[in-house]
Design a protein around this ligand. Structure first.
Ligand SMILES: [Zn+2]
Length: 319
């Protein structure tokens, strides 16, 4: 009897231990490419169903449904939450920090994806925050504890000022999908521990935040939203943050209102110009919400654009 129990215990522990690496993530959640000499690894934080009717409310009736049907999609649409790891041989840099606890079961897998790529959260030296929405900054702090204790957080000063302003929070509309009072509370919770220990480094304009990386402010989605551009040899990668949410709708129709934007009207005007430039200049893009790994190019197609993902490569090439 005693022996049986002991074997049941040992068997139970073994299955549990075996289960950790094999069952914690249902799919592979890291994918690497080379940009010049630098390795960039897409890391999946999760996938989340988004109601397209709500996101694009106020669009011409039937338009969103038609665009989804054309892409063989049903509403709600499952969007990836992508973050990226940059390894230049010296530093281990994250672009965005995933959602931590803030997206429930749909997110919070970033640290597991990072471990799948062979890196521990303690080894992260820098984090480039595109903006302070929950799905990009929520993973900085989990259960009140810093997840990246040694990292410097790079973020636009305007972004910090906007989200940590008590008057803005008081005036916030609970129905605004991109700026409700809870979003302000989340921002306080994730930024404060790093601010207290002087781990936040801000910038005010286009700046080289690290030797190979430029911060390019693109306000609209949030007041301090920033695109980061990594350069190595003659190659570049543009980390887009939330310049796009739902590719199947926004690429064919960039001018629809997007209610995740803090300034809906401004972004409605900006998106087409921004996409057009990326297509003309053949930018290689890493987009936070295009299907994992979210790395590819835009191509002009009529009045809209097409997404051409980089070909899958076991070697991690981009061309
Ligand atoms: Zn986002």
């Amino acid at each position: 009897m005693r022996n049986n129990r002991r074997w049941t215990f040992i068997l139970g522990i073994s299955i549990w231990l075996l289960g950790i690496p094999f069952y914690s993530l249902a799919q592979s959640a890291s994918y690497s490419v080379k940009i010049g000499d630098i390795t960039v690894t897409a890391l999946l934080d999760g996938t989340i169903p988004i109601n397209a009717d709500q996101l694009f409310a106020g669009s011409e009736p039937g338009k969103v449904a038609r665009l989804l049907e054309k892409s063989f999609l049903k509403n709600p649409v499952e969007l990836s939450i992508n973050a990226y790891l940059i390894q230049d041989g010296e530093k281990r840099i994250l672009v965005d920090a995933g959602s931590g606890e803030l997206m429930g079961k749909y997110g919070g897998k970033l640290t597991e994806s990072l471990k799948q790529a062979g890196v521990q959260p303690e080894e992260i030296t820098d984090i480039l925050i595109t903006h302070v929405h929950a799905d990009h900054s929520g993973g900085l702090v989990v259960a009140g504890k810093k997840i990246f204790p040694h990292a410097i957080i790079h973020v636009h000063q305007t972004e910090v000022d906007f989200w940590l302003n008590a008057k803005n929070k008081q005036a916030a509309d609970p129905k605004h999908m991109g700026a409700d009072p809870q979003t302000f509370t989340n921002a306080e919770n994730v930024l404060t521990p790093y601010l207290r220990s002087n781990q936040v480094k801000t910038f005010n304009e286009a700046t080289a935040v690290l030797p190979h990386i430029m911060a390019m402010p693109y306000p609209g989605h949030t007041p301090g939203h920033t695109v980061y551009v990594l350069s190595s040899k003659n190659e570049k990668l543009y980390f887009w943050g939330d310049m796009i949410h739902m590719a199947a709708v926004q690429l064919p129709a960039p001018a629809l209102p997007d209610h995740f934007d803090v300034d809906v009207a401004a972004q409605q005007k900006n998106r087409h110009t921004f996409y057009n430039r990326a297509a003309q200049e053949k930018h290689l893009i890493a987009a936070a919400h295009i299907s994992f790994p979210g790395i590819g190019h835009l191509q002009k197609s009529g009045d809209g654009f097409l997404w051409l993902p980089v070909p899958f490569s076991l070697e991690g090439r981009t061309e």
